[in-house]
Design a protein around this ligand. Sequence first.
Ligand code: HEC
Length: 137
Amino acid sequence: MNSPSFSLLALLIPWILTLALLPACLSASQNLSTIERDTTLISLSKNNTKVSQGREAYNAFCLPCHGPENIEIDSPSNLFDEKWYQHSGPSGIEKSIREGVIEKGMPAWGEMIPEEQIEALIAYLLSFQTTFHKSNE
Ligand code: HEC
């Protein structure tokens, strides 16, 4: 059993295993970082200072298109109900805000306003999401 092809196989097996398992490992760590990010964002939404900074930023930048807090229509523009048409979950909402929905006319805010305001905006919007708060209590 000391043929050259056997030792070649012995060399290749660890590589094959690594390549086969790599995608699974990467996606597991990505899920973990999404969960961590969600937890951070939910805790920001319980910080009153952040939330009121977010309300100010919302009134300045978002209100013209998305409407007031008491908007009661069932539409993708309503950011105060529990229904999400783009990405959902705290980090999904973050993604929509940062990257925009360019083809529909929603700007990518991540490139336009300071990081602190982005986080405050997410905190503000999440403060209306009762399901996140319940599941986190
Ligand atoms: C020029 C108009 C406009 C402005 C200003 C604007 N948006 Fe949007 N926004 C849109 C449009 C259009 C969509 C896509 C709606 C759809 O899915 O059809 C959208 C979608 C979103 C979504 C995803 C909604 C969902 O249901 O998944 C979020 C979150 C969002 N906007 C946040 C914001 C925030 C925060 C601001 C202020 C910083 C803002 N938007 C400012 C037009 C705008």
